[in-house]
Design a protein around this ligand. Sequence first.
Ligand SMILES: O=C(O)C1=C[C@@H](OP(=O)(O)O)[C@@H](O)[C@H](O)C1
Ligand SMILES: C=C(OP(=O)(O)O)C(=O)O
Length: 421
Amino acid sequence: MSIWGAPTVTSPVEATVELPGSKSITNRAFILAALADGPSTVRGALRSRDTNLMLSGLSGLGTGVQVDPDDETTVLITPRTMRGADVYCGLAGTVMRFLPPVAAFATGTVTFDGDEQARTRPLSTILDALRDLGVAVSGERLPFTIDGTGAAPGGEVTIDASASSQFVSGLLLSAARFDDGVTVRHVGPPVPSMPHIDMTVDMLAESGVVVQHPNPETWQVSSSTIAALDRDIEPDLSNAAAFLAAAAVTNGSVTVPRWPSATTQPGAQIVDVLAEMGCAIDHSGGDLTVRGPEKLTGINIDLRAIGELTPTIAALCALADGESVLSGIAHLRGHETNRLAALTTEINRLGGDCTETDDGLRIAPATMHGGVWESYADHRMATAGALVGLVVQGVTVADVETTQKTLPDFPGMWQKMIGHP
Ligand SMILES: O=C(O)C1=C[C@@H](OP(=O)(O)O)[C@@H](O)[C@H](O)C1
Ligand SMILES: C=C(OP(=O)(O)O)C(=O)O
């Protein structure tokens, strides 16, 4: 495992950073394309570990996957009869939760496995739901097996999706292909990351599938075909957050081109967070520019809807002037790693003052110093370490390659941003 010396700057970062496509939109587009009624083209797709694993999984199941030889971000997907396969999920929540419903339509046995850390991520909710929908599933977590028969009955299912919105999204993405459609009813503490469910519903609508939402906790999809798609993927705004944060902590200015004027990506909300912490925001001509203040203020915020931004926001808070309280994110204990424990350990190791609470973090101002920042195989932990290292000398980030989960070349992009080749 490598150790990466995070570059420190002595002057404000001034840069324009082009982000590759959204992980969440790309992997939804791949699933919908594989289940559609004809060939689809996905342009501007993210090509990183999570999305490549999705393509490998679909292709193993028999789906035609053709990458444009002149542009690896353009992928032609041709639906075909699905067959048994071995699917490797890596550490990707979208793969381990979006593909099992698809496997129900294969004729044959589909085995799923993933990285060591993936075996402890919450999964039983969706596997139990599939059993209730008439699918033969063996196991409760990775590794597990689905015995597909080429079709599945579907119907109504009640789940507790408080550990992950991906349980709802995973069921909805395939719902139209079940014989009787699928109705998902959530019962339990609030569902996190609701914008990601809105993203699922919007993308289904674009593919001609209507999701009825009779009350905030129920989603209904009737059996129907899924229309083939030809779609451009927006830049990944959650990945953009770490780069915009670089402007925030250095009194600099970072511009992200092609920032959508309307989006379901929760990452867009980083803009409001940065504004509240003292940054100036300019969204004009399709570009989004963040200008950092002399001093960042702390923030008291419920992050339930935008939990995946937490590592970036926590790093910002550790470098801010006032105290911060981040709440609504108990479910982050089941993300790539236990992010609340990981952030607390790493911020405190470098002299910060972070306390884990029942449902989040409390971060007080403290002078930080250099040292090793562990990544825990978590891409967003690694980028958070790079952010701290931008203004704290002597920070080294362990296993920076883990950023390949959602960014093919984070270190290269970061060096380019600060003007170092
Ligand atoms: O559906 C998606 O694409 C995602 C949903 C969210 O998961 P949780 O609801 O488990 O937080 C988010 O954190 C993850 O990065 C991507
Ligand atoms: C939680 C995340 O990923 P996953 O899709 O693996 O759940 C994330 O990217 O922050």
